[in-house]
Design a protein around this ligand. Structure first.
Ligand code: AMP
Length: 219
């Protein structure tokens, strides 16, 4: 596993994890492993898994560790993960980080990138976020694609995520502080943590991440 480039992208909802993970995957030929996307796709398709987790997602809570650990383990077996993966939205708590450590082994995670964003900005960004149900492209509520409801990339429906509502956003921020925040010390103590200011344009954040990868000799 040590020849692979496996990266963890951490951050509150709306900090830009999805966008930056996507860019990293395109640039370095890595698999994008987003547990949130996998779970939402299952809900939308009405699979057994989807029906099982729908109410948990709608309440802004975390689904069980066993379930997501298994999803990630299976996802790593797909061919696009051969060079490595960007983990987006996983791990979400210390138990999941330990499970990931066991799955990939010593040195399996090369870097954890924390995209930092203040709560007020998270609330602002998420309330105005609209997402394509097909390809996951995100828009602001004032963008033409959001107003017309049609994605400019794939023609899919552009909607508001059911968990991007004020009460669920508050709940998700609470869940982040309680369960996910401790992961910063988890990765820092292993000298794997770097932080990036998320309150900057997408290209600036992306360039900062790239520089960190170069400075650590990872790319
Ligand atoms: P996200 O798109 O990453 O914000 O995830 C959306 C929702 O999916 C979360 O609010 C959780 O309910 C669920 N979820 C995603 N990833 C995980 C995870 N690693 N552990 C538990 N639940 C998760």
């Amino acid at each position: 596993m040590s020849g692979q480039l496996n990266l963890v992208v951490l951050g509150k909802q709306g900090a830009g994890k999805g966008t930056q993970s996507q860019l990293l995957c395109e640039r370095y030929g890595l698999a994008h492993i987003s547990t949130g996307d996998i779970l939402r796709a299952a809900v939308q398709a009405g699979t057994t898994l989807g029906n099982e987790v729908k109410s948990v997602l709608d309440a802004g809570q975390l689904v069980s560790d066993n379930l997501v650990n298994k999803l990630v383990e299976d996802r790593f077996k797909e061919p696009d993960a051969v060079k490595g993966a960007v983990l987006d939205g996983f791990p979400r708590n210390t138990g999941q980080a330990q499970a990931l450590g066991r799955l990939l082994g010593e040195g399996g995670i090369r870097l954890c990138i924390y995209i930092d964003l203040a709560n007020e900005l998270v609330i602002q960004r998420l309330s105005s976020r609209r997402v394509c149900q097909e390809c996951g492209m995100t828009y602001k509520d004032t963008d033409p694609a959001a107003i017309s409801g049609t994605c400019e990339v794939c023609g899919g429906d552009v909607v508001q995520r059911s968990d991007d509502t004020p009460d669920v956003i508050a709940k998700r921020l609470e869940t982040f502080e309680r369960d996910t925040f401790p992961l910063l010390s988890f990765y820092e103590s292993r000298d794997l943590l770097v932080k990036v200011n998320g309150d900057q344009p997408v290209e600036t954040v992306s360039a900062a991440i790239d520089e960190l990868l170069h400075s650590r000799g990872l790319v």
